[in-house]
Design a protein around this ligand. Structure first.
Ligand code: WT7
Length: 656
């Protein structure tokens, strides 16, 4: 494990950051959140969450807020029953808001759709009837491999409505990644598209499904939405068109109430081994916390705000803050299919201006990309509707924070830097707009109802100014309920590091500043963060060694000015591959892309004669990171052979 002190060196400048931005009086006067929330939650945490759960409609009330007897396996709102889709859709129609826009959707080529809550109810009901007609029953798993189109949301909500457990697989993942996810969850249905638009091109997606499904016997049907009109192969009896199956269905569907702990979805994320973990989320506690955080952290006013979370639904941010949180809160959202520079670099700001977006949620890597493109681009548009700005996915550097504040937020809109994870399900550490005086680069403090601490190696909390590991010391409603099919891995990964104290170990390094505000410092395990996407070093290493030219591989995340980290691989080639030069490098990059997806393609691959290892055979990534970041190589005394680093450095110099 990397010592947090290794990482904090580069981030020391963050801790000299002394600017603070208190909320304006106007904002505070109208804010959803007040400072009283902290005291209320501290006084009685369970009573606080019970009150938050009243944001939802329950068919059967719960009898107990939290059952933690079987820790780390939590049960929240024990005995309660609800339907998640009813809470996100029908109840808003029943309360007279059927004509309110739920989603302003914009496709990359410029096509648009407006979906009201009444439309959403019809579409989700039809889709639910269609899925039921395929013989799917509560508890069955459905894989959703789709781009950012309205049918993706319909498919997720239709699954939730029937008590099916969805597993959304990001459309940028490879066929092989899709296959392993389908296999792990034993999905019976895959919902996909013919093709997707990316940077102005229509790219086929269905062939990747065909390839995956050929080797996953659990799949009985493939349901295909027509998006690009590209020709696709159809396997009779297995494949069905969405428009043929769904369009003719009844618009009436009566939702059934499911247990608060009914599995809502599985979402795969990278861990420190090669095999992705299926993070399991359930219904009542999850929906409670996403609704609560979305209301308070974004200050959502459902009657007047236009909210845009510019993530992809394939990640947890999309699940919690494009689909479940905003819809539970009756938000009007914007959903955009494509890339920020198609057809031009002002596309996002054109969208903000067109729909008068008032709340925007995005990632630091995107903000840094906009910085590179220049402040003159957003300056051409009317961004005066923006009143809250959010950031998520990685630590935001003060420079990007200040740029976001000035050039997007007009020095007016508060910024909320939100720390959370796929595992936490919802935001955990964040300022509250209208309450918190923010500091550029700090996520500030745990939200009311949430407990987090920075501790040292022994699990003791560090003092102000101290650094260490971030832990969560109390269960929370939207916490993962486990890793699909692997209880032991769940205990080992999250609960064994500080088992004595019973803390959840997040895998992040963090510090308190002199005022006690929390600063996140990045991962302390072998997980990289590339453009806010989590990728494990071992996963990329396994992909590399599965190629016949590679004898051994070691992968590190090196600091990158735009993407946060970039993937750098060190490989030892097999005999004949050694003479193939650049050709083999290209082949390896393509191979990784095929095995995992384009997001995992190494930025750089270096051919080396040896890898630095400890006597017990563990690769010392710290030293490779020094090479990748062009630094003086650190302490080599624990290497089995201390001359290895000289060999590597010499080889790289003569090779370049
Ligand atoms: C990891 C979780 C949460 C949705 C997107 C990523 C890093 C996330 C922040 C932040 C510093 C952050 C952490 C965390 N991270 N948000 N505001 N400041 N770091 O979800 O793929 O599960 O990754 O992202 O390292 O552990 P994920």
């Amino acid at each position: 494990m990397t010592q947090p002190s290794d990482q904090s060196a580069a981030l020391d400048n963050l801790l000299n950051e002394s600017r603070a931005f208190p909320p304006s009086e106007e904002f505070a006067a109208q804010a959803n959140a007040t400072s009283a929330l902290y005291a209320e939650a501290d006084a009685d945490r369970e009573a606080f969450w019970a009150k938050q759960a009243e944001r939802l409609h329950w068919d059967t009330p719960w009898t107990k807020v939290l059952d933690w007897d079987d820790a780390p396996f939590a049960k929240w709102f024990v005995g309660g029953k609800l339907n998640v889709a009813y809470n996100c859709v029908d109840r808003h129609v029943e309360s007279g808001h059927g004509d309110q826009v739920a989603i302003h959707w914009e496709g990359e080529p410029g096509d648009r759709r407006t979906i009201t809550y009444a439309d959403l109810k019809r579409e989700v009901s039809k889709a639910a009837n269609a899925l039921a007609s395929l013989g799917l029953r509560a508890g069955d798993r459905v894989a959703i491999y789709m781009p950012m189109i309205p049918e993706t949301v319909f498919a997720m909500l239709a699954s939730a409505r029937l008590g099916l457990t969805h597993s959304v697989v990001f459309g940028g993942f490879s066929s092989e990644a899709l296959r392993t996810r389908i296999e792990d969850a034993e999905a019976k249905l895959v919902i996909t598209v013919d093709g997707q638009y990316r940077r102005g091109q229509a790219l086929p997606l269905k062939p990747a499904v065909d390839e995956a499904v050929a080797r996953t016997p659990s799949v009985r049907n493939v349901l295909v939405v027509r998006r690009t009109g590209t020709d696709v192969d159809f396997t009779p009896d297995r494949d069905l068109w969405w428009h043929e199956l769904v369009d003719g269905q009844s618009e009436e569907h009566t939702p059934e109430a499911f247990d608060a702990e009914h599995p809502l979805y599985i979402l795969y994320t990278s861990g420190t081994t090669g095999k992705p973990k299926g993070i399991l989320h359930t219904s009542g506690g999850y929906l409670t916390q996403v609704a609560y955080t979305h209301h308070n952290v974004f200050d959502l006013k459902p009657d007047t705000d236009v909210y845009w979370c510019a993530a992809d639904v394939g990640w947890v941010t999309g699940h919690s803050y494009i689909v479940y949180g905003p819809l539970a809160n009756r938000a009007t959202s914007v959903m955009y299919e494509g890339t920020p520079n198609t057809p031009h670099e002002g596309r996002w700001w054109e969208i903000v201006q067109r729909y008068k977006v008032s709340i925007l949620y995005t990632a630091p890597t995107t903000i840094r990309t906009f910085m590179k493109w220049g402040a003159d681009i957003p300056a051409r548009y009317d961004l005066s509707s923006l009143r809250v700005l959010g950031s998520v996915g990685e630590p935001i550097n003060p420079e990007a924070w200040m740029w976001y504040r000035e050039h997007i937020g007009g020095n007016r809109a508060p910024i909320v830097d939100t720390w959370w994870q796929t595992e936490t399900g919802a935001i955990m550490i964040s300022p509250l707009p209208g309450v918190t005086a923010t500091k550029p680069g700090s996520a500030m403090a745990p939200l009311p109802g949430i407990a987090a601490k920075v501790v040292d190696d022994t699990g003791a909390e560090v003092g102000k100014g101290g650094g260490g590991y971030l832990v969560l010391d109390q269960p929370w409603p939207s916490m993962l309920r486990g890793i699909w099919g692997d209880d032991q891995r769940y205990r080992d990964t999250y609960w064994s590091r500080f088992a004595e104290q019973g803390y959840y170990f997040a895998g992040d390094g963090a510090k308190y500043d002199d005022d006690g505000a929390i600063w996140l410092l990045g991962r302390v395990d072998d997980v990289m963060n590339v453009s806010g996407h989590r990728i494990s070093t071992t996963e990329v290493e396994s992909a590399l060694v599965s190629h016949p030219s590679v004898a051994e591989a070691a992968v590190v995340g090196a600091t990158d000015p735009t993407t946060g980290q970039g993937i750098v691989a060190f490989v030892i080639l097999r005999g004949d591959a050694k003479d193939q030069g650049e050709q083999v490098i290209k082949a390896l990059r393509d191979h990784v892309s095929k095995e995992i997806g384009p997001i995992a393609k190494p930025r750089q691959i270096m051919v080396v004669p040896e890898l630095p290892k400890t006597r017990s055979g563990k690769i010392m990534r710290r030293l490779l990171r020094d090479v990748a970041e062009n630094r003086q190589i650190g302490d080599v005394t624990t290497l089995a052979d201390s001359s290895v680093m000289d060999l590597i450095s010499a080889g790289l110099k003569s090779g370049s």
